[in-house]
Write a protein of this length. Sequence first.
Lengths: 107, 107
Amino acid sequence: MMEGQVDLCPEVEKTFELIGKRWTGLIIYVLSSGPKRFSEINSLIPDLSKRVLTERMKELEEHGIVLRQVIPERPIRTVYLLTKKGSELGKILGPISQWASCWMKEK
Amino acid sequence: MMEGQVDLCPEVEKTFELIGKRWTGLIIYVLSSGPKRFSEINSLIPDLSKRVLTERMKELEEHGIVLRQVIPERPIRTVYLLTKKGSELGKILGPISQWASCWMKEK
């Protein structure tokens, strides 16, 4: 990005609105390590209620970021995975773990 | 990140809590193009009220992400810039513009 210049098109604003919704970024981050069941996501983010997680998963499905997949085995299982769109966003958010361990330790 | 595994330490959670606060990610993104006056940030993000922008800038200062600098020239000017910590986070968020123009056009 050029010094002083900023590219603030509506798409960029919409993206920050998306990841700037509580828990959304973290859910994408968690799913970028591979498909997960609802209960797995829930146990990885214990502070997030099931109600809000359900809401966020629906929003992420609507945005084409998450795909809900039913595995036709017995017992039938449902997993959530990132679409191509979602995994590209997950790749961007991935380096946040290094940043966090460098800069958020002290607080 | 290894498939299936996820590194969800408290620092990562705290970081997503930070950027998952409405407008915060966008403010960091805007400042990563260089120091800006309050009024410049405000005009770049017109949907964000002055009251909320003031609040977010204070939070970002407290987190050591933004520095408020008074330029001792006449007329005295105040600019906001990213600290080292903030600019490292800004670099991570930078590629969001490419992602957004690829994937958010249709909506």
